[in-house]
Design a protein. Structure first.
Length: 278
């Protein structure tokens, strides 16, 4: 009897933990949907750029909350039907998390910044990334939203600190800053400041189409460049790596809780048969 009670208590405790985890994910999804502005400036923050994560966060958070509540109710009431429901839903959740993990690794495996001689930053090329990711950013509708978000978030304004050329080129720029806020190095533009560059006279000797796309208009810069799209994918790849680590920890936690749930269900059924036998 004590062993069964302990199993139910441990199972319920783990489900309280996953319930809190699910509630946190749900709150994060709600937070992403709320309007955010820099203090009093009315300028959208980079949170707006992350709203594509809102729907997955809401779905995952709600699913974890529902599964955890079924587990808590099944453990506290020793209800086999609720435990069966928990095990079924938890199995689906684990399979979905595994599929997402494999998919994330597959689409983010390709693509890396290219080191540039004499530069502290890397430069990014769209062709280095997987076709699935490229199609997402090359879609005009999707890129229009991302571009507007990057411009509104002031990603490039944060670079404007009147540094010398040597100070600038030795800086460790983020993928988005490298791709969207300056022309590619092979364009051979002359540096005036971080976001203002002078094109060489005459036709460009570079085959890079971004050399013609670059504009010193601070609302344009290289936001329509291929390098900017590649920089966005570079940032996305870093984010997905972090998500993959969290996803792996999530799978391990749910497999442990799932195993305990199987044990609890077996103990409850054994207890039921023992009572019937008496």
């Amino acid at each position: 009897m004590a062993r069964r009670g302990c199993s139910n208590a441990v199972f319920a405790s783990f489900n309280v933990l996953t319930l809190l985890l699910g509630a946190s994910i749900l709150a994060f999804g709600i937070y992403l949907g709320a309007p955010h502005h820099n203090s009093g400036s009315g300028v959208a923050t980079t949170t707006d750029c992350e709203r594509f994560l809102r729907a997955p966060a809401l779905i995952l958070g709600a699913a974890v909350v529902v599964v955890s509540m079924a587990g808590i109710a099944g453990a506290c009431c020793r209800a086999s039907l609720l435990l069966w429901l928990y095990l079924f839903l938890a199995a689906l959740l684990i399979i979905a998390a595994l599929c997402f993990g494999v998919f994330a690794l597959a689409v983010t495996n390709a693509g890396a910044g290219q080191a540039v001689s004499g530069r502290g930053f890397r430069e990014y090329r769209l062709g280095d990334y997987s076709g699935w990711l490229r199609r997402r950013v090359e879609n005009e509708r999707n890129w229009g939203k991302i571009r507007s978000c990057l411009a509104g978030a002031g990603v490039c304004r944060s670079l404007q600190s009147n540094r010398t050329f040597d100070e600038f080129v030795n800086d460790n720029l983020s993928p988005v800053q490298s791709g969207c806020c300056k022309p590619p190095t092979d364009c051979n533009f002359t540096y005036l400041n971080e976001t203002y560059w002078i094109k060489p006279p005459g036709p460009s000797n570079s085959s890079n189409p971004d050399c013609d796309t670059w504009s010193n208009d601070q609302s344009e810069l290289c936001y329509d460049c291929q390098s900017c799209k590649a920089g966005v994918l570079g940032n996305l790849k870093k984010s997905w790596k972090k998500i993959a680590i969290i996803n792996a920890a999530f799978i391990v936690l749910f497999v442990i809780v799932y195993s305990i749930g199987c044990c609890v269900l077996r103990n409850n059924r054994r207890h039921k048969y023992t009572r019937v036998g008496k």
